[in-house]
Ligand binder design. Structure first.
Ligand code: SAH
Length: 302
């Protein structure tokens, strides 16, 4: 999964109508603006440290960073921007959207600072392991192509995701700050096979075309929470994306945008619904925050 996704992301921009999938920031500027507003508010209430940095994991085309930073800059934030991205194709897209950014291969390379960290649809792309009973399920090469070596009741784990959650928590504990993690997944650890491949906006067989389709699985937020708690940080409750966006003011923002651009009102309404409604992204996608003990919980989790 790791090798397939590394090749997949390094060799294309998979986002948008002509790609394989569309993410929340690509649906509407409102998403990134509200993330920026929540971070600006947390930063202000955290004492507005001048050395705080905006850090994003897996920033895609840089759309979320550009929208969030527009709001953060307006709130007086002048800190550095660090983007953790391995794909050269996406790094060059990000350089168009956020010219002043610094790029890194992993969070460990980001210089220490109080963090305003965002990860949207990043964790789901990190690799999982699957177990049938006590035995790890593996992929083998058969005369007919790639195949799983066993079937049965599956339990998934993701040491890679837990490691990043621990790294984030260690950073927050050491230097302060907040992290917003947005992804699709479930609140409680549960058995089940959630590995899936996405290609041209639909599901594809997971072992078909290795490196030519996006491999993802549901994020186990309970496992992330436990991993983060290895350090002395606070983890908020988990809320659905729809609830969170409404708590932080998507309806007010949608109304303001529609007033400024009456011709675009139906499009703005449709984007708001796609981001918030059940059956669209509103319920499957979840938001959780991690923050240092000295910083307040970001808005939207009360
Ligand atoms: N956050 C963006 C893009 C999500 S797609 C959005 O919401 O539109 C996943 C992103 O994570 C891509 O930018 C991909 O290149 C990056 N990525 C995937 N695996 C990574 C890894 N191991 N390290 C750093 N970036 C990674």
């Amino acid at each position: 999964m790791e090798a397939c996704n590394a090749y997949y992301y390094a060799s294309r921009d998979p986002l948008g109508a002509t790609g394989d999938f569309t993410t929340a920031p690509e649906i509407s500027q409102m998403f990134g603006e509200l993330v920026g507003a929540a971070l600006a508010d947390a930063w202000t209430r955290g004492g507005a440290p001048r050395d705080a940095a905006y850090v994003e994991l897996g920033p895609g085309r840089g759309t979320l960073a550009a929208d969030a930073l527009r709001v953060l800059r307006r709130a007086g934030f002048r800190g550095a921007v660090h983007l953790v991205e391995t794909s050269p194709v996406l790094r060059s897209a990000q350089a168009q959207a956020v010219p002043a950014a610094n790029w890194h291969d992993c969070l460990d390379d980001v210089p220490p600072a109080p963090l305003l960290l965002v990860a949207n649809e990043f964790f789901d792309a990190l690799p999982v392991r699957q177990f049938v009973g006590a035995i790890e399920r593996r992929v083998t090469l058969t005369p007919a192509g790639l195949a799983f070596d066993r079937d049965g009741d599956i339990v998934e784990t993701s040491p890679a995701r837990e490691q990043v959650a621990r790294q984030i928590a260690a950073r927050l504990h050491a230097s302060g700050g907040v992290a917003l993690i947005i992804d699709y997944g479930h609140e409680h650890s549960a058995p089940g096979d959630t590995l899936q491949a996405v290609r041209r906006h639909g599901y594809a067989p997971v072992l078909a075309g290795p490196g030519e389709q996006d491999l993802t699985s549901h994020v186990d937020f309970e496992a992330l929470r436990k991993a983060a708690c290895a350090h002395d940080v606070k983890v908020t409750k988990l809320v659905t994306q729809g609830e969170w966006l409404q708590h932080v003011g998507i309806d007010t923002r949608a109304a303001a945008l529609a007033k400024a651009h009456p011709d675009r009102a139906p499009e703005i309404r449709a984007a708001r619904d796609r981001l918030c409604n059940r059956g669209e992204m509103g319920e499957l996608f979840k938001v959780i925050a991690i923050h240092s003990a000295a910083w307040p919980a970001p808005a939207g989790f009360e």
